[in-house]
Design a protein around this ligand. Sequence first.
Ligand code: GDP
Length: 319
Amino acid sequence: MRRPPLLLRVDRGEGRNYNLFIVIGSLRDKLARTRQAFKQKLGGIFKSGRKREDILDELTEALILADVGVSTTEKLIAGIERATKRSDPAEAVEEALKSELVGILSKYPGRIAFDSAPSVLMMVGVNGGGKTTSLAKLGRRLQNEGKTCLLVAADTFRAAAQEQLAVWGQRLDIPVIKGPYGADPAAVVFDALRHFKAQGFDYMLVDTAGRLHTNTNLMNELEKVKRIIGREIQGAPQEILLVLDASVGQNALHQAREFQKFSGLTGVFLTKLDGTAKGGSVIAIADELALPIKFIGIGEGVEDIMEFSPGQFVEALFA
Ligand code: GDP
């Protein structure tokens, strides 16, 4: 039987428009700084009566300054040029910009592949990006849907990371498996898998290490963890989400390229979109990584998570 997807519940019959309104409203609030930065840079560009070439020149500069990145900006402008050949410049360019943005953000669509239990998710990314917090958010979300979860602290070299996950587990009343300090993460995950299967949990969510300075070791370690999960549960891990911090702007893309050396990423969990002016990086990430953005983090609280929706995001950006 197909289980209900892990989703923002925006389409519930009569409440549909109202719920959607709340989603866009709160996203709009959380994106306030990105939106202000965007608006400041795009500010006077779309005044009517201006020449199309002037609008496009200024728009190019503004998008690059908004952290959209050179290559993605070039694609956006080319798309807008094609779409606005014969129309009234200002309004047409603004509309074309929105639809090009939605197009780029939808380029690699993908929903969380948690249609059936048991499923396993791994969270990877550099330290400080928000892996542990995001894992707790997903655990909470699954819990809210009546699913049972097991959290696994596989960053055995950072005692603080393990403790942090243990604290989340306590707070949310979700069991956490952790190993002794310095243990092989794959061994911790192996033990966790035994427990997971024996107890019949629905979902296992694995936190991993993120020390990029020992890059090769880290990638080997992640491969090993993944291999063991796949050996114990067919088709698992169903999800390997790369956690990227939106507030570091274009640097997030550099980090992502390092992690793309590790095979099997299924999507991005983009964190800290609240309180940053660099949300433009979302567009470059969606364009250049060939990975769907599946979730966004919009705060430090356990409920501050949203499934990513290109339309809602662009709507909130221009609201
Ligand atoms: P990890 O090292 O990758 O596991 O990162 P953590 O989960 O420890 O997060 C690092 C910091 O980022 C913590 O202070 C979190 O509260 C914070 N954080 C995580 N996600 C978000 C988010 O979406 N918004 C904000 N504002 N802070 C976040």
